[in-house]
Design a protein around this ligand. Sequence first.
Ligand code: NAI
Length: 385
Amino acid sequence: MNVGVLGGGTMGSGIVQVAAQNGHKTVLVDLNEDVLNKSKAKLAKIMARLVEKGKITQDQADATQSNVAYSTDVNDFASCGIVIEAIIEDINIKSKVFANLESIVSKECILASNTSSLSIASIGASVEESSRVIGVHFFNPAPLMPLVEIIPAVQTSEKTLNTAKSLIDGWGKVTVVCKDTPGFIVNRVARPFYGEAMRIYEEGVADFATIDWAMTEIGGFRMGPYTLMDYIGNDVNYTVTETVFTAFYFDPRYKPSFTQKRHAEAGYLGRKSGRGFFNYAEGAVNPAPNEDRVLGQQIFERILVMLINEAVDALFLNIGSKEAIDLAMTKGVNYPKGLLLWADELGLDFVLSKLESMYTEYGEDRYRPSPLLRRMVKSGNKFFA
Ligand code: NAI
């Protein structure tokens, strides 16, 4: 099947590499010729590095590169069986682009979007044959991150879902099917990793370094929340939170934090600006964590039970299966363990009692335990028997 990718930025370039490495004739279209040249040069560099490391042969590198055609003309998508859109995150622009794509491709061609935050239903509404529209949400960097969330909209046909899923499974990716709801699985379930970490800081319980230490040293997470937010960019991460919060009709569970907003406003965006929660300037000395294990354990448990509650509630609302929810967090954001399995191991009654005590203490809706967690504790069942 020929693959089309629209938009040659960060995500589009990565998706092109994945498709081309899997033997597909792939066309990358971007409005901007410079972007295409950069994308082509980037692929050549990555291929050269993989050959150097002995991961692929020169023939494989050549084959991958010759599989990709670069163009500024969407008419070059005419022979594609799927077009994956990865352009600017703007529903008006995406709608126009999808309507135009439909006039170019065949009736069977799947039209997919890599959107992180828009509803697939709204994108589908811009075309005549909306049963062919689906969300395929890759993670950055697309060639390295195994997870792809597959999101059928209310209009999407079973055939479109099966074809898109088996195609991307065939690329060696881990796919999870999820409901067309804000943040899909990963960007919804991960919110407390940032939000609760900021709340803990705001209450004066601990500083950034100590919270990060608790999550990495005690929790086993690859990166602490503040280091991760500095990587993602405080502007980008804040916007994702605000978008999810608004899309959930201002559910307090997703409320953004002033700590992050002020850092973003100050231009403390993270690594990319040289300073975020930590200072990345040469020679800068960042505060050392307070390595008190009792405090660290409290911080870790507070964030973990909030993450678990979010995962349980996603299952309660059928956003994905229990397997999908656990795979999404381990394969999309490298969590050391699936959150539902982690809940089983900790004991669901322990998780519920921690949440209940916070709910009582604070009187805030953000700490409300999921009804499914209460039900499970009542019945004595586990998620994975
Ligand atoms: P980007 O800004 O790096 O790339 C977007 C590209 O689209 C640019 O090269 C631009 O020239 C091109 N473009 C804009 N309008 C166009 C049009 N009408 N026709 C053809 N090309 C056009 O953006 P990025 O980060 O790659 O994001 C793309 C999409 O992927 C967005 O929907 C975003 O929400 C989503 N996404 C982004 C992730 C990330 O970590 N950056 C992760 C997962 C999804």
